[in-house]
Design a protein around this ligand. Structure first.
Ligand code: OAD
Length: 238
């Protein structure tokens, strides 16, 4: 019998204990920056330097942080399950921990792409992308990030994967940003859902939900241990 599939939807909260700020908590990034000035295509056209600087700082910070116990626990989960991570995060901490299947809905900080041909994507050396850094066609490189107002190209595949989940885990996302937040609606009826987040979230619309009000670093290893034990004793019958 094949392994059961666990789909894990993660947000900024899974990386909070690594030292990366979330967006909407108090002290979060969107309190310090105006979304419309740093995370839209219009901002890029208006003030490229400011946008480059915003993502350069994020990238620089990423070089200084490490995965935490939540990222590592999700790697352990692969011992018994087919684990598919769908993250809204642009950091690479799931990969750094060793997770093997990670889909980035909102892009990746360590990558940049051509402004002329979006299929030309490159991994940046170091943290800094500058005005005048060009793709092979000679046009400016931009952060490989899905900005507000832009399409989220991975959503159809993410929705398909979510519909194949035997179990869904949601970790550290305020479920404020669509279409990512809408993925929950693609689970098959009866699929168990676990949500790990210390915040007070409106989750009445999620069926079969177990809400674990703990931080990712504390709650994820505990839940992973429980799921691995259940898999070993054969007591998971989704
Ligand atoms: P938010 O900042 O909206 O939400 C962070 C969530 O993490 C909240 O529910 C917090 O309660 C929770 N949280 C805080 N500390 C935590 C911890 N230690 N452990 C677990 N959870 C914790 O971040 P996202 O939902 O990820 O998009 O935001 C979604 C998108 O909005 C981001 O991908 C980004 C942002 O604008 C783009 O930039 C395109």
């Amino acid at each position: 019998m094949g392994k059961k599939r666990i789909v894990v939807l993660t947000g900024a909260g899974v990386s909070a204990e690594s030292g990366i700020s979330t967006f909407r908590d108090s002290g979060g990034l969107w309190e310090k920056y105006d979304i419309s000035e740093v995370a839209t295509y219009q901002a890029w056209e208006r003030n490229m330097e400011l946008v480059l600087d915003f993502y350069n700082q994020r990238r620089k910070q990423l070089l200084e942080v490490k995965p935490n116990s939540a990222h590592y626990a999700l790697v352990e989960l692969e011992e018994q399950f087919d684990v598919q991570i769908i993250t809204q995060n642009v950091d690479n901490l799931h990969e750094a921990a060793g997770s093997s299947q990670v889909m980035h809905l909102h892009g990746e900080l360590i990558k940049v792409r051509s402004t002329r041909d979006e299929s030309l994507v490159y991994t940046l050396d170091g943290w800094e992308l500058k005005k005048g850094d060009l793709c092979e066609l000679g046009s400016q490189l931009r952060p490989h990030i899905v900005w507000f107002g832009e399409a989220v190209p991975m959503i159809p595949e993410a929705a398909r994967l979510t519909s194949t989940a035997d179990i869904l885990l949601i970790i550290g996302t305020s479920l404020n940003v669509y279409p990512a937040a809408g993925l929950v609606s693609y689970i098959e009826p009866g699929t168990p859902v676990y949500l790990i987040d210390p915040g007070y979230l409106a989750v009445d619309h999620i069926p079969n939900l177990t809400f674990i009000r703990e931080t990712a670093g504390v709650g994820t290893p505990k839940l992973v241990r429980k799921l691995l034990q259940e898999a070993q004793s054969g007591s998971i019958n989704p």
